[in-house]
Design a protein around this ligand. Structure first.
Ligand code: C2E
Ligand code: MG
Ligand code: MG
Length: 704
């Protein structure tokens, strides 16, 4: 064969070989596979390029041999590497082992090493050939996923993987097993409905729809443990492929604590809401809630074209009771009265406590306003029934104001304001009655507000002056003494009579300060007259019950008298019959104390209240003052004449002095005198006069 042809063949064979070698190199590179061989006789090795790459050596810098290989094997794998390669050399079979090596740059790599021995013609091991596959990436991925899998397995949150179609569990973690009290094997026998008792197939289908839209879904559900107990969970659901199956992974978090807190908050909210809307003492709706109810009643009545009434009930002089017998008993009385009003109302009517001693009622759908009057009277009567407390039997009355929807007003504020004005009218009318609203009352109510604020200033600036009205012995026309009657010298209005401001002052307690001013002024006036040798007789001071109830009153009065040099025998205190009889037992104690200092006590406006004879006897009284309402029409009016005579007879039998007030005419004076009442006060003798007119009166007309 020509040499050229041979050369060509060789060339072709070489280029084929080169091509194969290149392709082998590429395969080695792709598969991270390096090949090697060791000549067992010379111990020299040949490494493929990829092998150099795996170990990280430069082909030109190292001479590979078995020693180099072992020097890179990590110490913990060294024994195994020796042993396995030794086996390979003797067995002749392919031997595989994993080991870790340190690359030239210090990185650790994981290798799978395959090796097989090649025998020579004499069956002596000549070469060891094999591959080193770099599986570092795979091992780190495997480790990583193992770590993740461990985390998931041991996570305290519950993690479930369930089949998309049957909802059976494919995987459950420790957290799920612990939370539910099942073993993993038991749980894998169940499906999602077994542990979610409230879950329905409809709900699941709905969740699926939401899931598809949002690529995930959150849901709150309840889990039932193996022992039957339940807890709330928050689930987050995502779809995955698990071992080639379509599945859902569910992360569940126990939110029972949160739910409990939510429940607590809810309960607390309900409680707060209740506190904000209901009166603590009576458990009735309070002002806030009542206003809402009133506005609802307005809407409903508008729609149904019906009429309703708003009643405001205010107990008369309740503050006084509260102050004198203690707030604790006052509270009991409020509860008792709330119960009484409640039981006199039909079930569909609304009762609320607006505050203090004030109640409000909505009488729904009243066809006739007579119904409102009837209910108001029933309420007044039921409140008036005696109230037995621990030590006292109390008689309480109430004043009721009524406004009507839609007749009087169409808004809740106006209805309230008008019922309030009507209630004040009832107070002005002598309490213990009811009044319907009428337009002129609003002006009155307004007047009241203005009055209250200007009264405050009046007290501060002592805008009060005292008038004196003589009390005359009608037999010898001598002056017994003078009643001090307060007047308010208003800077703009001028002189204001007590009828205009005393009731309000009694109601809000200003009377205490006013009476102190009157006492101070009149006593110092009397001391001056006595000093001047005028001999004005006895000073009659009107005393509000509020004053008497104050613990410090007697002490303060005595102190004032002492400071001014006012003698007790110059003083007489007038207390009204109704005020005394409201709480006679307490009055007896207080008045006894006053009387023990030699101060006289007169009962004012006698005949207008309800005196108990038993108490009249027990009270330390000196004088009865016949009210001017009986005097006005005597002697013509037979009834008044009879009453006047009866009062005189009663007073005489009780050994009391008797005085008549409001005597304007000669006949009145004569009738009284003839029937045994010799002390007379009234315009017939003199009108109340300012202090500077009294010296003249005393000097000029000592004998009238
Ligand atoms: P009161 O204690 O019953 O006083 C008698 C009232 O009758 C006085 O009215 C007096 O001016 C009036 N009056 C006297 N004579 C006649 C008469 O002949 N005809 C008529 N029509 N009236 C006569 P005033 O001064 O307006 O006082 C009214 C009430 O105000 C008093 O009634 C008393 O309850 C109260 N008041 C007056 N001053 C004081 C005070 O300083 N303190 C207290 N707490 N109440 C006072
Ligand atoms: Mg009086
Ligand atoms: Mg009087």
């Amino acid at each position: 064969m020509p040499i050229d042809i041979l050369k060509d063949d060789l060339k072709t064979a070489l280029s084929k070989l080169k091509a194969r070698e290149d392709s082998l190199k590429r395969v080695e590179s792709i598969s991270h596979l390096g090949s090697w061989e060791i000549d067992l006789k010379t111990k020299k090795s040949i490494w493929s390029d990829q092998s150099y790459k795996i170990y990280g050596f430069d082909k030109n810098e190292v001479e590979p041999d078995l020693a180099l290989f072992f020097s890179r094997v990590m110490p913990e794998d060294l024994v195994n590497a020796h042993k396995t390669l030794q086996q390979a050399m003797t067995s002749g079979e392919v031997t595989t082992f994993e080991c870790r090596i340190k690359r030239a740059n210090g990185d650790i790599a994981n290798l799978v090493i395959n090796g097989q021995v090649i025998f020579d013609e004499n069956n002596i091991p000549a070469k060891l050939i094999g591959t080193s596959q770099d599986i570092t990436d795979y091992v780190s991925l495997k480790n990583h996923s193992q770590e993740l899998s461990n985390i998931i397995d041991h996570s305290s949150s519950e993690i479930y993987i369930l089949k998309e179609d049957t909802f059976e569990y494919l995987y459950v973690n420790d957290g799920a097993c612990n939370a539910l009290g099942y073993s993993r094997e038991e749980l894998l026998q169940l499906n999602v409905f077994d542990i979610n008792p409230t879950l329905t197939i409809e709900k699941v289908n709905l969740l699926k729809i939401i899931h598809e839209k949002n690529h995930g879904v959150a849901n709150q559900t309840i889990h039932r443990r193996k022992d039957g107990s339940m807890y709330h969970v928050q689930s987050y659901i995502h779809s995955i492929t698990y071992n080639t199956e379509s599945a859902y992974v569910v992360f569940d978090v126990d939110i029972s604590d949160k739910k409990e807190t939510e429940q607590l908050l809810k309960e607390q909210n309900i409680k707060l809401n209740h506190q904000a809307n209901y009166d603590k003492l009576t458990n009735l709706p309070n002002r806030t809630l009542f206003k809402n109810m009133l506005s609802q009643s307005i809407s409903l009545s508008k729609k149904e074209q019906k009429q309703f009434a708003l009643l405001i009930v205010d107990l008369d002089q309740f503050k006084k009771i509260n102050d004198s017998i203690g707030h604790h008993i006052g509270d009991e009385i409020i509860i008792e009265i709330a119960n009484r009003i409640n039981s006199s109302l039909k079930i569909n009517n609304t009762l609320a406590r607006l505050g203090g001693d004030e109640f409000a009622i909505i009488l729904k759908d009243i066809q006739d306003i007579q119904i409102a009057s009837r209910v108001a009277q029933i309420i007044i009567d039921t409140i008036k029934e005696p109230i037995e407390t621990h030590e006292h039997t109390l008689f309480i009355s109430a004043s009721v104001g009524i406004s009507l929807f839609p007749k009087n007003a169409q808004t809740e504020d106006d209805l309230m304001k008008f019922a309030d004005a009507a209630m004040y009218k009832a107070k002005d009318e002598g309490r213990d009655n009811f009044q319907f609203y009428s337009a002129d009352m609003t002006a009155l109510a307004f007047e009241k507000v203005v009055m209250e604020s200007s009264l405050k200033i009046a007290i501060k600036e002592e805008q009060f002056i005292v008038y004196y009205q003589p009390q005359i012995n009608s037999i010898d026309n001598t002056i017994i003494g003078f009643e001090a009657l307060v007047r308010w010298m208003h800077p703009q209005i001028g002189l204001v009579l007590p009828g205009k401001f005393i009731p309000l002052a009694e109601e809000n307690g200003f009377i205490i300060d006013i009476d102190k001013i009157v006492m101070q002024k009149s006593m110092s006036q009397f001391v001056q007259w006595y000093k001047e040798g005028l001999n004005p007789g006895i000073l009659s001071l009107n005393l509000a019950m509020k004053q008497l109830n104050s613990d410090t009153f007697v002490y303060e009065m005595l102190k004032t008298m002492n400071q001014l040099g006012f003698k007790p025998e110059w003083l007489e205190l007038e207390v009204t019959e109704s005020q005394v009889m409201n709480n006679p037992q307490a009055s007896i104690e207080k008045l006894n104390k006053i009387s023990s200092y030699g101060i006289e006590i007169a009962i004012d406006d006698f005949g207008t209240g309800y005196s108990s004879l038993t108490y009249l006897k027990k009270l330390p009284l000196d004088k009865l003052k016949i009210d001017q309402s009986f005097v006005r029409d005597i002697p013509e009016d037979d009834d008044d004449a009879a009453i006047t005579k009866a009062i005189i007879a009663l007073g005489t039998s009780l050994n009391l002095k008797i005085i008549a007030e409001g005597v304007e005419k000669q006949e009145q004076m004569e009738f009284l005198t003839q029937n045994g009442c010799h002390i007379i006060q009234g315009f017939f003798y003199a009108r109340p006069m300012p202090g500077d007119e009294i010296p003249n009166f005393l000097n000029g007309s000592k004998k009238i």
